[in-house]
Design a binder for this molecule. Structure first.
Ligand code: B1M
Length: 210
């Protein structure tokens, strides 16, 4: 699809205003949110990630592409957030300690909100203690941890451990996700579930709360 290719290329090139404009055009042409996100943005980020791995681009270009993707997501946000206001449950989300990647986590938050859940987003670089304090304060049913770096995966494990030792573990379900995370890792660290993408995370939340 030509327009989705254009969104992908403009995201890779970091042309934020154009990404926003093309995203609006895609919505006007009644393209689905899933197609715009998957074929426009996420595919662009995969290409960016490959280029970075191969030393064809460096951190600034990655950052500029990320900003362009955010500009596109901003256009989609009102549609993703539209829906039920009577919440189905409360979820705390955050990117674990040492990790500053927030695009996937933000997408997760928007999809969960669109799915009818109240979302408390703790942001990035969230320490295990901060997760614990938030659980005590907000008493959610679910905690969603995101990690994009292999070097920050141990903090996901640490967070599960700290929540486990808190005496509150049986009141919450801990779900994990992010590019380097797998079901096997989730099992190893004692999480209650793993989702490969934001869409499946909403399904997973539904399943663990049912
Ligand atoms: Co970074 N980065 N980055 N980066 N970056 C990756 C992750 C990398 C794979 C690139 C590569 O080498 N190919 C690599 C990690 C390698 C590794 O650990 N194995 C990497 C690296 C090395 C780094 C730095 C160390 C680079 C450096 O400084 N030398 C540095 C680390 C900074 C830090 O965090 N301390 C760094 C920095 C950055 C930027 C700041 C420039 C920028 C982030 C901007 C931002 O987020 N605000 C950035 C970007 C953009 C990327 C890539 C290109 C794209 C990430 C992204 O946004 N993807 C990434 C390569 C890649 O992933 N292909 C890369 C799109 C997003 C929608 O997908 O986040 O995977 P994702 O989320 C998905 C799913 O994973 C899932 O749902 C989402 C949507 O469906 N999901 C969950 C995510 N969290 C979930 C939680 C759940 C459930 C599902 O809970 C229930």
């Amino acid at each position: 699809m030509k327009l989705l290719n254009e969104i992908q290329q403009a995201t890779i090139d970091g042309r934020a205003p154009e990404v926003a404009q093309l995203t609006q055009q895609a919505l006007d042409e009644v393209m689905s949110l899933d197609d715009i996100i998957n074929e426009g943005f996420i595919s662009a980020m995969s290409i960016i990630g490959e280029k970075f791995k191969n030393n064809e681009i460096f951190v600034p270009e990655m950052l500029i592409a990320a900003r362009a993707m955010k500009a596109g997501l901003k256009v989609l946000e009102p549609l993703m957030l539209a829906g039920e206001r009577k919440y189905l449950g409360k979820i705390i989300i955050g990117t674990v300690k040492g990790d500053l990647h927030d695009i996937g986590k933000n997408l997760l938050g928007m999809m969960l909100q669109g799915g009818g859940y109240e979302v408390i987003d703790l942001g990035v670089d969230v320490t295990p203690d901060k997760f614990l304090a938030a659980v005590k304060e907000h008493q959610p049913q679910v905690v969603g941890l995101s990690a994009l770096l292999t070097t920050t995966m141990p903090f996901m494990k640490e967070t599960v451990k700290v929540l486990g030792e808190s005496g509150l573990r049986d009141q919450i379900k801990i779900l994990v996700g992010g590019a380097p995370i797998s079901q096997r890792f989730a099992d190893e660290i004692g999480a209650d579930g793993y989702a490969a993408d934001a869409g499946s995370a909403v399904e997973l939340v539904k399943a663990v709360l049912s």
